[in-house]
Write a protein of this length. Sequence first.
Length: 317
Amino acid sequence: MKCKVGVVLGENLKYAFPEPHPLNYRRYEYFINLLHESNFYKEGRIIKLDPRKASDEEILLFHTPEYLEFVKRISEIGYGYLDYGDTPAFKGVYEVSALSVGATLRALEAIINGEVDHAFNPSGGLHHAYKYKAAGFCVFNDPAIAIEYSRKKYGFKKFLYVDIDAHHGDGVYYSYEDDPNVYIIDLHEDGRFLYPGTGFENERGKGEAYGTKLNIPLKPFSDSSVALQYLPKIKEFIENIDFDLIILQCGADGLEGDPLTHLRYSPKVHEEITKLLHKFAHEKCKGRILATGGGGYNFNNVAKAWVTVVETLAKEY
């Protein structure tokens, strides 16, 4: 069966910081330009979804009221930092961040409403933010908000969150470390060598959630062949669980040539993991797979990895 994939795009939907910050708007331009060259896009199997802004009520499904008010205040002031030096403030940072969250929720809604089979929000995947603070370029944690939104609006009980960003998704992981209904697979560079310094193999969840988490830290300079050695382990983990929704955070900073990390993937890693999740989504949760962007600071790499993900979701499963 061929699938239709929605990609949330809009002129204002560019979660980014002012240059020379490494996470700037040009990464989206590279992605959009390459996406438009895709035969799947030309055939209408990849379609554009318009974004929407998340409401405060939706943001508060995960974040604390105090933190939300802090973001609003510093957004009005327009300078300083939202954390200890990674995440700069600028005028309108609240609005930009709320739009990024809303785009992830719009992608989810398009899947549930049957507009598309799968969906991708390139401005999402902000996995370092905690309930009460910003971290690592991330203001609001849209994957976590999507989980809570799905629980409230759709009554979903169980989730599979897969993160292949080079950085461990600590904001998601530790928020659900003791939640047995959120399964997490996180493939990343070893935290001894890269921010945020977390995500070790012995971290498998706490209490009733022990065993519902799978951290796969990779040594610096690991290439695609090393990363893909873990596919059987990932497959075995997924085969033994059930879930209502898959969320895939597909940061592209693990590709060779990224200026902030030390991994050496090709887009083959994104392709093979997406292909595996695509298959399981149709077998276990009615095809519901929501993909987001994430890190990636070599813009050619970002474009290649994300177009690979979208095209893989558009293929037959």
